[in-house]
Ligand binder design. Sequence first.
Ligand SMILES: [Zn+2]
Length: 480
Amino acid sequence: MNVFFIVFITGSSYYHTPLNGLKDSIIYLIHLLLLQLTVAGILYFFSLNKVIFKIVFPVFYMIYGIIAFWVYTLDISVSSSLIDATLQSKLYIIKDLITFQFFIFLFFQLISLYIIFRYYRTIETTKGYRFLSILSISLVSVFFIVENKRYNTFKSKLPYKLYYSIKEYNSKPILELLDVSKRHFRSEVDSLKVVLVIGESVRADHLGINGYHRNTTPQLAKKKDSILSVKSIYTNKTYTAVSLSQILTNMSIYEDKNVDEVSSIYSVLKNADVYTSWVGNQLLEFDYKPIIESNEKVTIIDELKSVYSFHKLKDNELLPFLKRDLQLKSEKSLISLHMIGSHWWYEDKYTDEFRKFTPVVDSKYIPSMTNDQMINSYDNTILYLDSFLSEVIGILQEETSPIMMLYISDHGESLGENGKWLHAHNDESLTNPAMIVWVSEKFKEKYPHKTEYLDSLYLENNTTDLIYPLILDLFEIKEY
Ligand SMILES: [Zn+2]
């Protein structure tokens, strides 16, 4: 039964993990077996009651099989967004997932179910009850011990992931946003478009234009006279969920999440008749979802794949939506583009033409990678970013109204400093995100004071607290 469970369900969460060499494979095999052991404990309790086992178990088993098939074939992510899409009967997404292979898979899964039941009839469930119960409780407790030691080790994988996604879907938002709908804001500019590009895990010191020894920003370097790179900006928020919650609201980096009166920048702008649109290449995380949903329009591309997928859409797929929003007749708008950027696993974040620094990572198991491999792959994602931002600027240059781009990464990334990699821990390498500003000629002409102020940011030591008031000031938001 456990073997079938691995084949038809648990294994799907490991299938796409890029691994290289025997050692990495063995480590992930142990990971899988350990996870299945905890599941085995649960399955044992299921099997004790004949009625439950014959009715409840097959339902769960088959539902899980259906989801696992999509994880196997398309690397979709089980998340609250998937629950959302299913319940909101966005069936067009689900419909595309049903293929001939899907029925073959289900057919074999049904055969496995038949075999399980045939075998089940021959065993005495009460036999060895005391010993097996204690053993099963111990196995289940392994789940909690491991999760306690390293959060999300098992939770992020099937079968557990479905339970936690449903739980998240049903829970109340953590963030209670201030309702500004009864207040009156006004924007005193007559024409302005701001494109806010939110980057992912990009540290300022790996940009060529900031003096990094590698030329990771050849395209932006060509535009050196028209862009401004703010080198000195500090944040203590080291992962997306907390960082976005802070950047996009009036929260300070020094305040806790429980502050009263957290207002979303989008609520204020919307109230002042500024059009707001969010286009994201990341699923909305629970912590900041209400902020994003305060946009007038929200578009999530690639809505079935989370940061855990190894086959994410590339960020350039955001560009058609930028063009769509620029075509709208609104004089004032804030268009936000949320990138997947330089998020680990780096290799699916850029296209082959940007694989300039080699050798790159070839396994998800970081301890078996060299520092060079990690940094090369990371720097290739910066080359991709360089090209992406240049394309954004190229699109904005076509605009006739005053327009600007404000790029800010959510946090940095550790690249071996103090033995640390990636993010979501405490290390100095995470605290200086990249920030780049570009304004159009028309913008400079019409708003010389704003241009001057933006230029002055270069000289100061800033924190990400800067962004919220900066955007409101650009639109000259007044309350009356
Ligand atoms: Zn992030």
